[in-house]
Design a protein around this ligand. Structure first.
Ligand code: NAP
Ligand code: G4F
Length: 321
């Protein structure tokens, strides 16, 4: 029997690498879309290189998406590519809109042209809830984005819903809350903390400068969340799902847990630096994932303490080398 084929955009990113591992373990032929770069950015998928088929493409370029679909002939497309760092979205709001919002329409249009039976997953975000209208947040909670990134993701979500309703595409939007790992980019707060703790513990740094310590997030483990993406595309009907742990912790809680894991007190090392504060903040996110539990049978497995431990241990080992 022919293997199932999947195309992942954003395969070089945190989630792309975990999803590629998951799909390979399920026997898929996995294609990853990568954009041209003058330097290699394959660190997260280096260990999978021999098992992956890489195709060139960019969310800014319509014809490259059509060619990527023709080359990979997938039955499933996971659209994970985006400008994903919230602070950059204030610096580069138009580019963020091009990648993170219009890029979704370009991919949906490419699917319509090449093969409208392709199942589509859109990487939507809890940032869309922004200044939250209710707590916890579910699929029924109205959006109030607080950054150009959040606004772009809201567009990506609604265009996905619209193509499902307009053209009958099997298109799902996964509204994922923050998920982390040792493959997280170093500028995101959890990884900045785990890296900072490891540097301080090893005598490579004296302090850690952060912004708003009171912001609360629902943090889970990325490896658990890619399973939910796959499950959404295995259902009889396309739909939208909120994915999170249901627990919320502050940035301060993360610091406390990470520093105490190596026997230090965060208060001795963390300095608040206003330059990391945002023009508009998302104060509190916490997921109501009861629909995902009921319909997909999904729940997160790695808890907060375990996630912190995993990330700090990884950075200690990496920096010791
Ligand atoms: P990430 O590590 O920042 O990865 C982003 C990926 O997008 C990278 O592979 C990047 O490629 C690619 N990309 C960026 N612009 C592109 C373009 N114009 N054309 C093609 N590829 C492009 O992000 P992540 O944490 O894995 O997140 C995956 C997706 O889920 C993103 O859409 C993000 O917004 C969304 N999301 C993430 C979270 C979370 O907590 N992690 C939560 C909700 C939603 P390069 O390597 O070439 O830069
Ligand atoms: O780690 P963050 O940069 O993630 P943020 O903004 O919540 O966005 C992440 O999660 C979204 C899902 O809700 C994704 F869609 C998005 O792509 C991305 O993956 O910041 C988390 C919180 C913020 O409230 C921020 O103000 O941490 C606070 N924070 C405090 N000090 C900091 C810092 N954030 C960063 N990046 N750096 C700091 O020094």
């Amino acid at each position: 029997m022919e293997k199932r084929r999947a195309l992942i955009t954003g395969v070089t990113g945190q989630d792309g690498s975990f999803l590629a591992e998951l799909l390979l373990s399920k026997g898929y032929e996995v294609y990853g879309m990568v954009r041209r770069s003058s330097t290699e950015k394959m660190e997260r998928i280096e260990h999978l290189r021999s098992q992956l088929n890489l195709v060139q493409g960019d969310l800014l370029d319509q014809s490259s998406l059509i060619e990527a679909l023709k080359a990979s002939r997938p039955s499933e497309v996971y659209n994970l590519a985006a400008q994903s760092f919230v602070p950059t979205s204030w610096n580069q709001p138009v580019l963020t809109g091009e990648f993170t919002a219009l890029g979704v329409t370009r991919m949906l249009e490419a699917i319509r042209k090449v093969d409208d039976s392709i199942k589509f997953y859109q990487a939507s975000s809890s940032e869309m809830f922004g200044k939250v209208r209710e707590t916890p947040q579910s699929e029924a909670t109205p959006f109030y984005p607080r950054s150009p990134y959040g606004v772009a993701k809201a567009y990506g979500h609604f265009i996905t819903v619209n193509y499902r309703e307009s053209y009958g595409l099997f298109a799902c939007s996964g509204i994922l809350f923050n998920h982390e790992s040792s493959r997280r980019g170093l500028e995101f707060v959890t990884r900045k903390i785990s890296d900072g703790v490891a540097r301080i513990k090893l005598g490579l740094a004296k302090e850690l400068r952060l912004g708003n310590l009171d912001a609360r997030r629902d943090w889970g483990f990325a490896g658990d969340y890619v399973e939910a993406m796959w499950l959404m595309l295995q259902q009889a009907k396309a739909d939208d799902y909120v994915i999170g742990t249901g627990e919320s912790h502050s940035v301060r809680d993360f610091c406390e847990a990470a520093f105490s894991h190596v026997g230090l007190d965060y208060k001795d090392y963390v300095k608040v630096d206003k330059s990391f504060m945002r023009p508009a903040e998302v104060d509190l996110l916490v997921a109501d994932s009861s629909k995902a539990r009921r319909v997909l049978g999904w729940s997160s497995k790695v808890n907060f303490r375990e996630l912190v431990r995993m990330m700090v241990e990884h950075d200690l080992a990496r920096l010791k080398k």
